[in-house]
Structures are given as C-alpha cells and as structure tokens.
Design a protein around this ligand. Structure first.
Ligand SMILES: *Cc1c(COP(=O)(O)O)cnc(C)c1O
Length: 398
C-alpha cells in the first residue's frame, strides 16, 4: 500500500523513504554459485588461470554459438574490446568516428583512447538511436569508422547503417552491449557490420564480474584482436603489432558461463517486470513507457519512460525525488556527450534534436531486486508526483 498522502511525506521533504534498500536500474542477477564453482574447478584442476585457458575457450565457443557468428574474442572489459576493434577497423590515415551523442556516457572516451575523434551525429527521435539518415551528414573526407550503437530499448538501424557503410566504403562497428539478447529482423545481434562489441560487466545482462567480447565473421580481424589483447604477440612469437594486456582471466570466464546458463530464466523475470510497468505506466498522465518491439527477441531489461509535454515537474527534480526515496533512477542520457566538457578533440554540428531528447527520458528501477509490488509503489509515486506537482514545485528547494 502506498502510504504517502501529502508532499511533506516525500523523503526529499523529510518523510520516510519508500524503500529501505536501494532499487537499482542494473540487472544485478547472481549466476548460480554451484555452476560457477563447477566451471571454476576446470581451470583450477588444470592450473591455468589466464592466457586463453580452457574455460575462456569454452566461453568463446559458447558466445559464438549464442550469437550465431563464427568468431568471438573475449577481453578483460567491454572498453578494451571496443578500443582494439576501432584500432583495427578505422580507415588508415583517417581520424573521425561517426557516433551518436545521446548514448552511453563513456563512449566518446573509448573513441579517444583508440586515438580517434568522436564526430557526434543526431539520433532518430522515434528510436533514440543512430540511423543511416542521422549518420550520413557527418561523413566527410576524415571519416574513419561508423560506430552504430544500439539504444537500451530495441536495436538501431542495422540495415540502413550496413547500406551506408557499403555505399561509402567506411567500416561499420557496433556497440551492441545493450542488445546482447535481441534479434534484428529475426537475425541474432552479433554478426552485423564488421564486428560487434559486448560487455559482461556485473551490471549487464551477462555478469562475469568484469569482461567483454567482440563477435565477427572476419577471421583476420579475430586473429588480430587475439594478438592485440595479448601484448601484440603473434602465434609465431613475433611482436610487430601494438598490443595491450586485455586478456580475460579464467575465473571471470567461469562466471560468464554460469551467467549464460541462467540468461533465459532471467529474461522471463525481466519480461514479467516489463509487463507490470506496461500495465501501470498508462495510469500516469503525460508519461509514456518506451515499448519493446516484441516482433523481435527482447531482453526486456531496461525500463525507460518519457516525460511528455504537459508533465509538470522538471526531470532533474523528479530524479532528486526518486533518489531520496532510494530509487537509483538515471536520466537517459544527460548531458548528451557533445555537451560534456572533455580534454580531447570532438566534432559536433547543431544537435538540436539530441539536446531536446536529452531532457525528456529517465530510466526506472528494474532488474533482480525489483518485484511487482515495488513497481506498484514506484508507479504510485509517479502518480503522486503528478497529482501534487504544484505544491512540490512550490516547496522545492531551489
Ligand atoms: C557498459 C558499456 C560499455 C563498456 O563496457 P565495460 O565492460 O564496462 O568496459 C560500452 N558500451 C555500452 C553501451 C555500455 O553500456
């Protein structure tokens, strides 16, 4: 039962928080510990803890199968998978990476670590993601790579971007971290573009503590990535490739395998949470739940709502109110990357649509520690904020 009756009951104004413990927007599922230990026993018995051991090899085969793709190369983190893929795929002598500005908050840094320059493009307001139409105007004589980033609900314009890449000769790489479970027009995400990059950091759908991987059907690219993650040492022992130490270790690979074993069950629970939001969000005026495209396979993890025209409380205030109630909601995404101050070069034209969209969306609690009763409380709170908007705005500490 929702117990707040007046604005003074809101935690931000001194009331008791709605939840005793934090409700997160991360998945936070724990793979089965016995599965994890049984995979771990394999490397322990073999006394090989890293350097492409048997568990990591098993993981790479399993992921290649999962994504219906020829090669999977695993990494210590998604970050380094992206950096090294960009280094391999960028057109020689060119510098710019065309990528959305309304996206994952560290993505431009990753491009900078690859020695390249982010060139920010608009997103399509309907999908909140990069499309061929938004990417094309940013392509110029300096373009080295197109970075297609899947948004956190559904997929980006895969076929449009593949067409643009074919027409321009500019390689296409995907950041597919948020679409790990999805299909695009019935095709498993993982074999699109030249390569696709994924993360298994503990807040993602596959929890490997830390980790990442790249999938590709390009054998030469896969071989080069394997060398580069291992100091650049080639199979024949030669060392003429620049590399780093970004190998995945065996215990992380064991955790990843246990996570993959569990993923279908996890997605069913995500779907149940999504269904509850789908049922309840329409009771909140001026709010819209971003729908998953259920003609495709979906992971149903992220819950994103739009504050539509007429929603009466500023988004930053809504977030502060939710935080005080112990809900870790985040804006989707703010600031947009071109609006952030960074100490590396970037290129951006007028990104009017992105700037407007960056004010409108927020992510609501989801994942393992959120149940249907919580969702009822969360939506009751959103209705409460809407109903008492005038008083909230008056009381709000400026
Ligand atoms: C988490 C994330 C990454 C980085 O992955 P790490 O494994 O944390 O380095 C890259 N892109 C997106 C979209 C992400 O959500």
């Amino acid at each position: 039962m929702f117990s707040k009756t007046q604005p003074a009951d809101l935690a931000i104004f001194g009331g008791a928080p709605l939840f005793d413990t934090i409700r997160s927007i991360s998945n936070l599922v724990q793979p089965d510990v016995e599965q994890f230990l049984s995979y771990s026993k394999r490397f322990h018995d073999a006394r090989q803890y890293t350097d492409h051991g048997r568990v990591e090899q098993m993981l790479e085969r399993r992921l290649a199968e999962f994504h219906q793709v020829e090669h999977c190369v695993s990494f210590a983190g998604g970050f380094w998978g992206l950096v090294l893929s960009m280094k391999c795929l960028a057109l020689p002598g060119k510098t710019e990476v065309v990528m959305p500005s309304l996206t994952y908050r560290r993505l431009a840094d990753i491009v900078a670590w690859a020695g390249l320059v982010p060139h920010f493009c608009e997103v399509d307001p309907a999908t909140l993601s990069i499309t061929a139409e938004t990417a094309a105007p940013c392509i110029n004589e300096n373009t080295a790579l197109i970075l297609g980033v899947h948004p956190i609900v559904n997929c980006c314009d895969v076929e449009g971007l593949e067409r643009l890449s074919a027409q321009t000769g500019i390689p296409l790489l995907f950041d597919a971290v948020e679409s790990v479970y999805e299909t695009y027009r019935g095709r498993k995400v993982g074999s699109c573009g030249r390569a696709e990059c994924f993360s298994m950091q503990s807040s993602k759908l596959f929890n490997a503590f830390e980790g990442g991987y790249v999938t590709t059907n390009d054998s030469a690219l896969a071989a080069r990535l394997r060398d580069m993650r291992h100091f650049g040492i080639r199979d024949d022992g030669s060392l003429d490739e620049i590399g780093i130490d970004a190998k995945q270790n065996e215990i992380h690979a064991a955790m990843a395998l246990a996570a993959i074993d569990d993923v279908d069950a996890q997605v069913v629970r995500n779907r149940d949470r999504y269904r509850a939001y789908q049922r309840l969000i329409p009771t909140v005026p001026h709010m819209r739940l971003l729908p998953f495209d259920e003609s495709e396979r979906c992971g149903y993890k992220n819950i994103v709502v739009e504050l539509k025209d007429g929603w009466p409380v500023k988004r930053e205030r809504v977030l502060a109110i939710l935080h005080a109630e112990h809900m870790l909601s985040r804006p989707y995404y703010f600031p947009a990357l071109h609006q952030k101050r960074v100490d590396y070069p970037t290129v951006a034209g007028d990104l009017h649509a992105t700037e407007q969209l960056a004010e409108r969306f927020l992510m609501l609690p989801c994942g393992h520690f959120v149940d249907e009763a919580d969702i009822e409380q969360i939506v009751a709170l959103l209705n409460f904020i809407h109903t008492h908007a005038t008083e909230i705005n008056e009381r709000y500490p400026t």
